[in-house]
Design a protein around this ligand. Structure first.
Ligand code: ZN
Length: 413
């Protein structure tokens, strides 16, 4: 699948070495340094393209964009993979409801997603992989799971059996009852007759009447959601045989911790005998009017709508960074208005030649970002620098500040 347009990221002009990035690992709940590597391997779960990019999506992809910017600034490269679940139940259901071909719906929504990402200056993944194009990889992964005796049939559908080796549950730390309840809410089938364990997940669904299917050694059908990401991550992130984990970062919204990432982790451990990721990193959920933003509640705020209303995408980006990435939060007009006001103040100062000293402010911004991407603090440091400049302080280099804000935070003024 074609990724979106490359975003120009300037090299950070900063004379000293920068501290290593720490991120909170959802598995331990602790901040954990990523260590220093030449190349980091990052997999972030992509969209199911049946609706436009809402602010919750934007906040998630922005988070991993900040990770990538920081790692690039320290001189490393990032092999970044993202998938698109371009065949799944919700997509087929929405297409049927709206009387359009599921492929046309997916194509139109992927195009919109790409343009939203470009507008928000999110760096594109190196590999942007659709579920449909990944079917041969998925089939290969399922064949490997089957060879290990961890799959079984219910009618013509194949299920993956969690086991001791998979260490199931160690990521989400939920009790069984909670797992079953969330599994049922998020596309799982814990009460299906014939399952060995209620939490086993579908890996290959045989073709249903009126639905698409692909020929394979598993019969004609389509992949389950979790195995899609497991197979793509394994194939495109070229795990090193010497590393104890397959990849460095597995990321997504916190609603993916269970069941999705728990299932991917479980499958990867059975497939390879290794832990899937060194760091499991999750962005908090966005809400509106006191409720979580979700398709089912119909309370989504779309990036494209805000842009069409004339909101500068840089202001949207700025507003999303006003809160810490892990925090669940409400989106309000006040947040956008505050962001707009602060953004204009920065624009005004960036047009001046004489500004407050920049070197100390840049050092503090870097330290804030290194500490689990503390963007609220980083923006506060920028605003403090703006205040000092407004009060007449001089001695800074405005271009150095512009360079830091762009390379590290994706903000262009
Ligand atoms: Zn995924």
């Amino acid at each position: 699948m074609q990724s979106w347009r490359e975003v120009a990221v300037p090299t950070l002009k900063y004379s000293e070495s920068i501290p290593l990035l720490s991120l909170t690992n959802s598995m331990t709940g602790l901040k954990q340094s990523l260590g220093l590597k030449d190349t980091y391997r990052m997999y972030v779960c992509g969209i199911t393209p049946y609706d436009a990019t809402h602010l919750g999506h934007a906040a998630t992809y922005l988070t991993f964009d900040l990770v990538q910017r920081y790692l690039r600034a320290q001189g490393s490269t990032v092999n970044y993979v993202q998938n698109i679940t371009d065949i799944d139940d919700p997509l087929l259901e929405r297409a049927q409801r709206d009387g359009i071909d599921w492929r046309d719906l997916a194509t139109s929504q992927i195009d919109l997603f790409r343009s939203d990402m470009v507008a928000l200056r999110v760096i594109p993944p190196e590999h942007y992989i659709g579920a449909v194009e990944a079917i041969p990889l998925v089939v290969k992964a399922i064949e490997n799971l089957a060879a290990k005796g961890t799959t079984y049939l219910i009618d013509k559908d194949l299920y993956f059996s969690n086991s001791v080796e998979s260490g199931f549950g160690a990521l989400s730390h939920l009790d069984r009852q909670t797992m079953e309840s969330i599994f049922a809410e998020r596309g799982g089938d814990p009460t299906l007759l014939g399952k060995r364990d209620s939490l086993d997940c579908l890996v290959w669904m045989s073709q249903r009447e009126g639905e698409p299917g692909w020929e394979s050694t598993l019969g004609k059908g389509r992949p389950g959601w979790h195995i899609e990401c497991t197979a793509i991550a394994y194939e495109y992130l070229s795990p090193l045989s010497t590393d104890p984990e397959l990849i460095d970062i597995q990321g997504g919204g916190s609603d993916l911790i269970f069941p999705h990432h728990e299932m991917c982790r479980s499958q990867a451990r059975v497939l390879t005998g290794k832990e899937l990721a060194t760091n499991y990193v999750h962005a908090g959920m966005l809400g509106l009017d006191g409720e979580k933003m979700s398709k089912s509640k119909g309370n989504l705020v779309f990036v494209s709508t805000l842009i069409a209303q004339g909101v500068n995408p840089m202001v949207i980006r700025y507003a999303l960074m006003k809160n810490h990435y892990r925090e669940d939060r409400m989106w309000t007009n006040e947040i956008l208005e505050t962001a707009q006001g602060e953004f204009l103040e920065i624009v005004t100062i960036c047009a001046q030649e004489n500004v407050a000293p920049t070197e100390p402010a840049i050092s503090k911004i870097i330290a804030a970002l290194a500490n689990d991407l503390d963007t609220p603090l980083a923006l506060q440091i920028i605003m403090d620098w703006v205040s000092q400049s407004q009060e007449g302080a001089t001695g800074g280099d405005v271009n150095a500040m512009r360079n830091a804000m762009d390379s590290l935070m994706g903000l262009v003024f």
